[in-house]
Design a protein around this ligand. Structure first.
Ligand SMILES: NC(=O)CCC(=O)C(=O)O
Length: 635
């Protein structure tokens, strides 16, 4: 094991980094009779090489799993419990990136589960299934249901999947707090090693197994990390992710200074788990030796059997096996119920694995607000809706265009504020922080250096202003007898494209008339945005004509989510907004749409849907950029 760890460290030392705490791991393994060095030596010389070749055998390489089974423990984010969570994005917006176009080499690395299996393997699986069906199995294997599919573990090494954040914490929280034996009266999630001494052997064993598993996962994730995510200069070109060891991540997970001194203990628990598993294999050897390892390929099956027998012979030679015979000695009721509890906890933990998703989708709230002539009332009402959004688990609340002022050039000077010192901004910031939510603050009339703008502000859950978009394309139209509007009479246009990052994805911002310009949306897609938000107030003429069409078109062209958030219609106001706030998915379906009254609607941004759409209809890869360049044509 340490060989593997040493490899990681060598790699970082060469890169100018250092991490020593792993070298200091020596001495006895808790609750076992041998030292770390003994395990290292035995593993490196005898077990690791054998395991490395065994895992390449088809029998072990193809693993049947149901990726879509529901999490039995919590439902509220089951829509987010996705297993396919690719992030297709480019990190930088550059001229070169535009020409190159990120999606031509989609960045499918992060969290991408490769389920491609060759035709010949699929044929073999049918034989396997027939063979298994003919066996007299005493229990139903967990992944034998119809939805299970084979994945090739060689193509899907354990590595960083982008799975982090609330859901990841919740999984480990539930495992440690509710499904792990704990010392009395210890309420923190992670159990301090010094507190274990008061627990009986069986409970310590259980904890060490879980902690060892956790350590193993974290070491793998640090060893195969998507480096380009953190360090974009390691990107050879947009979309080609670079995977490799991330020593900072390893340190953050295990170094004593970041873990209250506990990290090395967690790695010791991994050694403990290793010994326990080795012992389990030896105990099961009679069964394992007579298994056929059937895959339909006689030659390979014979090799697998031989390799397994050789492996078991070596494992049996090990002299310092974990001694399980001292466990569950009590024949009393207490002893029996402990065993039952032990089993139940294990089952629960296996089931919790069905709750592991990529935490790559989230809820957005589209607040179709009734905007009046009274600014404080508008702000107050908007914030109440943000609270409702939060109560309904939205992570981003989006307000409409011109939400603190009636929409009209004559109103803009009176309602305009400085950003961020004006009262609207102060309220949005405070609210975002108090509720710990992102707020896309629709738009407000902004004044700066004597000029007016129609401006959207974006606030993060700490109340910080993270983006500001000034409407780029001003709404100047004249449809005789229907509507004439000239924003440019009062406003100046913004000159910047605007994106912001959340912990889930990048988001692009436009304001109303901006949605008519496909170029802007294309840029946001090229920059790796998964959602574009447009606070917007269409009118009774162009609304019925174009509102839905435009939002669906932007989603369809770019295969991403698009949200349009309008004020509610007020027939007593000068300008009659169309309403119909809208949320469209990457296949251009309208997932939610309001009518014209004040309301709040919700949409789920499911990043898997983007990847799936781009895979199914790969237009972004099929563009004929070689033909589209018309600069050399005389038009
Ligand atoms: N506020 C706006 O930019 C309105 C845009 C609009 O109605 C349109 O048709 O475009």
């Amino acid at each position: 094991m340490k060989l593997y760890v040493v490899l990681i460290i060598t790699c970082f030392v060469n890169g100018g980094y250092k991490s020593n705490f792993l070298f200091e791991l020596t001495g006895k393994i808790n609750d076992c009779s041998c030292d770390i060095d003994v395990v290292d030596e035995f593993n490196n010389a005898k077990i690791y090489p054998r395991i490395s070749s065994l895992v390449l055998k088809d029998f072990f390489r193809f693993y049947k799993v149901n990726l879509r089974r529901e999490c039995p423990f919590w439902k509220d984010s089951s829509h987010c419990g996705i297993r396919y969570c690719q992030v297709e994005s480019c990190n930088e917006y550059t001229e070169a990136a535009q020409e190159f176009d990120c999606e031509e080499t989609p960045h499918q690395d992060l969290g991408y589960l490769n389920t491609t299996i060759s035709v010949s393997s699929l044929e073999d699986f049918a034989l396997w299934q027939a063979y298994d069906d003919a066996q007299d199995l005493f229990c139903r294997l967990p992944d034998e249901d119809g939805d299970a599919q084979y994945v090739d573990l060689r193509l899907n090494p354990e590595r960083y999947t982008g799975f982090k954040g609330k859901n990841a914490h919740r999984i480990w929280h539930v495992i440690y707090k509710e499904n792990c034996f704990r010392p009395e009266n210890i309420y923190e999630v992670y159990i301090r090693s010094s507190k274990l001494t008061g627990m009986c052997l069986e409970k310590r064993v259980f904890y060490r197994v879980i902690s060892g598993l956790h350590a193993s996962i974290n070491i793998h994730l640090s060893a195969k990390y998507l480096l380009s995510d953190k360090n974009s200069n390691l990107l050879s070109q947009c979309g080609t992710g670079l995977w490799g060891p991330n020593i900072e991540e390893l340190n953050r997970k295990f170094a004593p200074e970041f873990t209250n001194g506990e990290g090395p203990q967690w790695i010791r628990n991994l050694y403990f788990l290793y010994l326990l598993e080795l012992r389990a294999l030896v105990k099961a050897s009679a069964y394992l030796e007579q298994e056929e390892y059937y895959t339909g390929n006689e030659k390979e099956d014979a090799e697998t059997r031989k390799a397994i027998n050789n492996f078991l012979m070596i494992a049996k030679e090990f002299q310092f096996h974990f001694n399980e015979s001292v466990m569950f000695q009590e024949t009393t009721l207490d002893g029996k119920s402990l065993k039952e509890e032990f089993r139940q906890h294990f089952r629960n933990i296996s089931s919790i694995m069905d709750c592991v998703g990529c935490d790559k989708c989230f809820k957005v709230a589209l607040i179709q607000l009734n905007v009046t002539a009274d600014k404080p009332t508008n702000i107050d009402r908007a914030l109440k809706y943000v609270q409702t959004a939060k109560e309904n688990s939205a992570e981003i609340a989006i307000l409409p265009e011109c939400f603190n002022s009636p929409y009209g050039t004559k109103f803009f000077p009176k309602y305009a504020e400085k950003i961020p010192s004006g009262e609207t901004c102060r309220c949005l910031s405070e609210c975002a922080k108090k509720l710990s939510i992102y707020i896309v603050g629709g738009s407000i009339p902004e004044i700066e250096s004597g000029r007016l703008y129609n401006t959207c502000t974006v606030w993060d859950p700490q109340g910080k202003l993270i983006a500001k978009h000034r409407k780029m394309h001003l709404f100047d139209i004249d449809i005789p007898g229907k509507i004439t509007f000239k924003e440019s009479d009062a406003l100046s246009p913004g000159n910047d494209i605007t994106t912001f990052e959340t912990d889930k994805c990048k988001i692009g911002v436009g304001i109303c008339y901006d949605v008519r310009f496909p170029e802007l949306a294309n840029i946001y897609r090229k920059l790796g945005c998964s959602l574009i938000v447009y606070p917007g107030a269409f009118n009774m003429t162009t609304g019925p004509l174009h509102w839905e069409l435009l939002f669906r078109a932007r989603a369809c062209d770019n295969q991403l989510f698009v949200a349009g958030v309008s004020p509610a219609r007020d027939l007593t106001a000068d300008y009659h907004a169309w309403g119909h706030s809208i949320f469209v998915n990457p296949v251009a379906q309208v997932e939610a749409q309001a009518e014209h009254e004040e309301t709040i609607i919700y949409g789920i941004v499911d990043l898997a849907k983007i990847a799936e759409t781009r895979q199914n209809i790969p237009i972004l890869k099929q563009r004929r950029t070689d033909v589209y360049d018309i600069s050399h044509h005389h038009l």
